[in-house]
Design a protein around this ligand. Sequence first.
Ligand SMILES: [Fe+2]
Ligand SMILES: [Fe+2]
Length: 254
Amino acid sequence: MITGYGHFVQLAESLQWDEQAIDLTGDVEAWSKLESEERDRVLGLIAGFCVGEMAVATHLGSFEDRATTDDSMAGCFRAQARDEARHARFFDRVAGEVVGIPGENLAERLDVLRERVSPELLELFEERLPTLAEDLAAGEKDLTAAVSLYHMILEGVVLTAGQHALLAALDRCSVGMPGVHKGMELVLRDERWHIGFGSRVIQSADVVSDEMEELLQQGMKAANAWGELIDRQDIEKVEQLHKRRLKSVGIKFW
Ligand SMILES: [Fe+2]
Ligand SMILES: [Fe+2]
């Protein structure tokens, strides 16, 4: 079956980077010099990414397992899982080395970081996503519905809003944090192909699930779950982008 997902795998291959190679020494120094409001905002966003990237990295296996009829699609989920694991490791480095959150690994640090994350974001990444992955594995949800939540809502709306907000927050900080900025840009670059791939999966599906309109609304609500960490106008920008993206893949809600 020729579906043309192979070029996403090639793209992913060409975009590989090593989170260990990013120099965070300037960021470690900068951290203690930040104003407390600056620190609170950056830490809130970093905590959200630690929770989000850990969750998406964990649950992508069910997607690959369901893509049994299409090797190139399965290859994309595999390449994406490798990216997500790297993203989780990068944000864990930031949490541990720059922020100084104690713990041996991200799982341990998450106990502290979760306190910085809103209940709405926790619910999306640590309840809805695992439930979806279970339903997908059990054959109770199809891949289209799963990609709708994962790629279109969680990545396309929630994480995208957070990524732009973090870059903007770093740009506004009184002291520069070049390593975190660089890593965030590289994560964002990976996320673009993930969302492009997800859009392609949705576009190729004949049937659009009835649940999608609800997912759209929930995605909009979820972008707001970052609370004051993200400016209203940035949320609106992501919402517009999301609507345009769904429209371009042939989904009409309005
Ligand atoms: Fe990611
Ligand atoms: Fe992603």
